[in-house]
Design a protein around this ligand. Structure first.
Ligand code: AMP
Length: 398
């Protein structure tokens, strides 16, 4: 048995989950949030207990320090030496990584070089990694890339029709994201695909960030996110795929710079931009229930984009055996699942059981009827357990 920490460091938060491996038993989990603020939040859950503190949280190192202190003071572990490995989520592995690797100096340098492609994410991951390294210098780490699973795409699925030299010289291409989640969903989906020789899966990770992946034989064939996690379907605050001319035209009309508009596409678009209310579907559903036109439009646009991508991937795969819904929206909100299935139902022969679909919240279930041409399921995603699994195996822990 070995204890392994799965870490997801963002620019202002650091989420953690400590596992007993290989049992995959969660020992504790939590978050250091609002990093950079005087009223930072530290929260840890263990053994049915929850501790929440509002404290100054100037940087990631303070969050890591609080975590390690809590592990000892709350007797979650007896000694920090019990932590034998740390797995770090890394959003951008570029063309270099098709699987997780030991987080050594070489990986650190490569991840630094890749900051260009995912500045907000990779920088934060490195800060998180270094914060752990500073206090636990002898514990080995593993880097688990969000892009790795998508490295099986063929050029026809990842090359953009811009001058080819941009791909050759600057590595401009589709990389995708959420790969760890899609891989987990494909593996979990296998239990619904017994006896099918070359299974075709369309996995829909619909959270505040959202992406859809076409999977054949458990390998990624195509995915909706692009060079960065801005591409693909519309999301909570991100616009997804739009005509690139919108950038030039909107900059000219508003007088904003490309950088400012890029921020707007990332932070003020999507469900938030259309509804003008929120990026959170809970708020949007409340408003649409009262007849708010923009909230209704936001829902319609979201459903349309997801349905269009499913249709595209159905064709790309020559059909589908399984459609998976997952992440915050996919796992919790029957409303969107039903609307999406209605939008693709006629063309693809998909029928869902409205009773089964209705009350589901965060549990695994089949929601299609027995005579549906494609099985539709909900599977709660678990990126952390994938990080823990890779860390355990790459470090050769026992
Ligand atoms: P994630 O990024 O996977 O954590 O998903 C977060 C998003 O899922 C939120 O911003 C909401 O839009 C949506 N969400 C999560 N739980 C619910 C719920 N119970 N009802 C409606 N939407 C939810």
């Amino acid at each position: 048995m070995a204890k392994v920490m799965a870490v997801n460091a963002g620019s202002s938060s650091l989420k953690f989950k400590l596992y007993e491996m290989p049992a995959e038993q969660v020992i504790c989990s939590g978050i250091a949030d609002r990093i950079g603020h005087d009223d930072g939040i530290f929260e840890i859950r263990f053994n049915g207990n929850k501790i929440r503190k509002i404290v100054p949280m100037p940087n990631h190192a303070v969050g890591v320090q609080m975590l390690l202190e809590a592990l000892i003071s709350e007797k979650i572990i007896n000694n920090l030496d019990e932590i034998e490995g740390i797995g770090h989520r890394i959003v951008m592995g570029g063309k270099f990584y098709s699987h997780s690797v030991l987080f050594d100096k070489e990986a650190e340098n490569k991840i630094e070089d890749l900051c260009d492609l995912a500045p907000l994410h990779n920088k934060a991951h490195l800060v998180g990694y270094r914060a752990f390294k500073a206090v636990l210098p002898n514990v080995r780490s593993v880097a688990v890339f969000d892009t790795a699973y998508h490295q099986t795409m063929e050029p026809v699925d990842y090359i953009y029709p811009v001058p080819y030299e941009y791909y050759e010289q600057y590595d401009i291409r589709r990389y995708g994201a959420h790969g760890t989640s899609h891989q987990y969903l494909a593996q979990e989906g296998a239990k619904f695909l017994k006896g099918i020789e070359h299974p075709r899966i369309i996995s829909c990770h619909l959270g505040s960030g959202a992406s859809i992946t076409a999977i054949r034989d458990y390998k990624c064939v195509a995915t909706s996110m692009g060079l960065t996690p801005l591409g693909g379907i519309m999301m909570g605050t991100r616009c997804g795929d739009i005509d690139p001319s919108v950038m030039k035209f909107a900059c000219e009309k508003t007088g904003k710079s490309v950088d400012e508009m890029y921020q707007i596409f990332n932070k003020q678009s999507g469900l938030l931009g259309i509804s003008g209310i929120s990026n959170d579907t809970r708020d949007i559903l409340k408003a649409s229930d009262t007849g708010d036109k923009r909230a209704i439009l936001a829902n319609d646009l979201f459903v349309r984009r997801v349905a269009d991508f499913i249709g595209q991937y159905y064709v790309r795969l020559g059909g589908a055996d399984l459609i998976i819904f997952s992440a915050g929206i996919g796992e919790n909100v029957g409303f969107y699942r039903e609307k999406i299935c209605d939008a693709i139902g006629e063309a693809l022969g998909i029928k869902i059981d409205r009773v089964l679909n209705g009350p589901l919240r965060g549990v695994e279930a089949v929601i299609s009827t027995p005579d549906s041409k494609v099985k539709v399921v909900v599977i709660p995603t678990d990126e952390e357990v994938m990080i823990a699994r890779d860390t355990y195996s790459i470090l050769g822990l026992k």
